[in-house]
Design a binder for this molecule. Structure first.
Ligand code: AMP
Length: 540
């Protein structure tokens, strides 16, 4: 059994070096090529001064070069940090400054962001740039320390790794309610435990063709990558431009003859609404998995009726517990659209606990806070003891794991069938198009503009692809007439597109509740009413 993530590819390369490992558009990389290129990168990084535990960020679109980079960083005994290539520079700056990397490895059309990131002298002197794209690229504010061609000067032979099972493999930054993204530290052990369970449970094999849909800064992508490498299968990277065209996504599954599809439900919902899946479509597809948010039962029924030969599995879990903690394979197509699909039972080595305020188990059927325990639990947030202690607590009594439990912020109950049911969030974290967003992060960005007297960001459920709509209520500063367009332009300089409010409402003063706090329920009601009225107008 492999103990380190990078060993998964080394083992496959020893077994069948010529087998295709990664497919992206016209590009194909074999296990042998993946192994050799990542060995070269690891040697180069070590030569350039990277030491065990050093962080290396990468800013590369999801391509074979990005996977080589990930493996090279791990083989250099370092910790990789994926940077979202579609995120504005100020948000990436916070991540880079928090993890103090030795290198930022870049590639693809990211020059202008890189130039912005390196505009600050302090950052430029602390961080070197490596280039994994074509040619050697330099901007006004950065010079590349190494380029892809330089790799060829390094031997491709395997190198001895000094990192161990319980060392950090990567840090994934998620939305933080105070406006600063939180870095979740994930160890090799965290991922390997999940992959071992998943490869066995789903029966993954070398002939599998596995989709790679979620972005690299989202933990779901690690299941695709390491699940593929662990089973010697082929990883088919879904080109990001297909996301806007559901019929093209369907064509991609068909033409690539995928055996496994894994994505957030929003994508499946989008495809169902566009009606792009035919009866008995995708004959090669064996399983379809989703995670990250609720997959509403009506589109699930749509998919299950169209694809009776496919196994459908709901996976549940936050980044802090590594990919997924529980699973539920839907035994047959539900006949009632109101049927609730459970998040199911724990994966091997995991535990789901529904507890009350005193951390005592709630009786079956009663709502409580969902806590997780077990082999997937992250050691905590990067250099943030306070947040780590608030979310990861010591469990009263005995436990199968090291006694730590993680408070997910989700509400749940245990059903009569003994399965766990997800009942929503206890806080203001939301999922929009599968992205995890703290409404507080948007509010902080808006407040920082100093254009509003007060503002509130709320989310409402919609019928649309985004699942929930982010709504902004604002009262402009006195004598300062700001239009939503102005706010949107300013906010888009610091927040990624998926965090941008889609509904706006101007107030002289925001409504308040009896305690004098902004009445978010009233705001939600007003946005909901407007959505309802707009629907009526459209239909009438
Ligand atoms: P993330 O860290 O982005 O994976 O987000 C974790 C959160 O997504 C969880 O705490 C849940 O609120 C939600 N989530 C994840 N999987 C599911 C699922 N299968 N059903 C419902 N909500 C989910």
């Amino acid at each position: 059994m492999s103990h380190l993530l990078q060993q998964l590819v080394t083992e496959q390369a020893e077994r069948h070096t010529g087998q295709v490992a990664i497919v992206h558009k016209q590009e194909r990389l074999t296990y042998g090529e993946l192994e050799e290129s990542s060995n070269r990168l690891a040697r180069l990084l070590r030569d350039a001064g990277c030491r065990k535990g050093d962080r290396v960020c990468f800013l590369i679109p999801k391509t074979p070069a990005a996977i080589v980079t990930i493996l090279g960083i791990l083989k250099a005994d370092c910790v990789y940090v994926p940077l979202d290539t579609s995120s504005p520079a100020p948000r990436l700056e916070k991540i880079i400054d928090a993890c103090e990397p030795r290198f930022v490895i870049a590639g693809g059309p990211v020059n202008s962001v890189l130039d912005e990131l390196m505009a600050e002298e302090r950052r430029r002197t602390a961080v070197a740039i490596g280039w994994m794209g074509e040619g050697k690229v330099e901007g006004n504010n950065f010079k590349t320390g190494f380029s892809r061609e330089d790799l060829l000067g390094y031997p491709s032979a395997p190198l001895e790794c000094r990192n161990t099972f319980n060392d950090a493999a990567h840090i994934l930054f998620t939305s933080g309610s105070t406006g600063v993204p939180k870095g979740v530290v994930i160890t090799h052990a965290n991922v390997i435990h999940f992959i071992n369970w998943a490869v066995k449970y789903f029966g993954a094999k070398p002939s599998d063709k596995i989709s790679s849909h979620p972005p690299l800064h989202f933990d779901l992508s690690t299941f695709d990558i390491y699940g593929t490498l662990g089973s010697g299968a082929q990883l088919h990277i879904v080109p990001t431009d297909l996301n806007l065209a559901p019929h093209k996504l369907a064509e991609f599954i068909r033409a690539s003859e995928l055996t496994q599809w894994f994505s957030v439900p929003s994508v499946l919902n989008f495809m169902a609404k566009a009606d792009v899946v035919k009866f008995n479509d995708f004959p090669s597809l064996e399983r379809l998995l989703w995670c990250g948010e609720v997959f509403p039962t009506p589109p699930l029924i749509h998919w299950m009726r169209r694809l009776p030969h496919v196994k459908f599995t709901n996976l549940y879990g936050p980044t802090e517990a590594t990919i997924a903690s529980s699973y539920y394979t839907v035994p047959q197509c539900p006949d009632d659209e109101r049927a609730q699909i459970p998040i199911g039972s724990p994966c091997d080595g995991e535990e789901l606990l529904v507890l009350d305020a005193e951390l005592k188990p709630t009786p079956p059927g009663e709502i409580g806070d969902l806590y997780l325990s077990g082999v997937g639990l992250s050691p905590g947030y990067w250099r943030d003891i306070e947040k780590t202690e608030a979310a990861f607590k010591q469990r009263p009594g005995n436990s199968v794991s090291d006694g730590r439990i993680y408070k997910t912020g989700d509400l749940a109950k245990i059903g009569d069938d003994g399965l766990v049911y997800y009942l929503g969030r206890a806080d203001t974290q939301i999922k929009s198009r599968g992205y995890r967003i703290e409404l507080g992060e948007i509010e902080t960005a808006l407040n920082a503009l100093n254009l509003t007297e007060e503002c509130a960001i709320v989310a409402i459920n919609t019928e649309g692809f985004e699942g929930v709509a982010i709504c902004c209520a604002f009262a402009p500063l006195k004598d300062c007439e700001v239009a939503p367009a102005k706010l949107r332009t300013e906010m888009s300089k610091v927040l990624p597109n998926y965090m941008m409010p889609v509904r706006w409402k101007r107030f002289d003063l925001l409504p308040k509740n009896a305690n004098g706090k902004i009445d978010r329920n009233s705001l939600k009601g007003q946005f909901q009413q407007e959505t309802h009225n707009a629907g009526l107008r459209q239909n009438g």
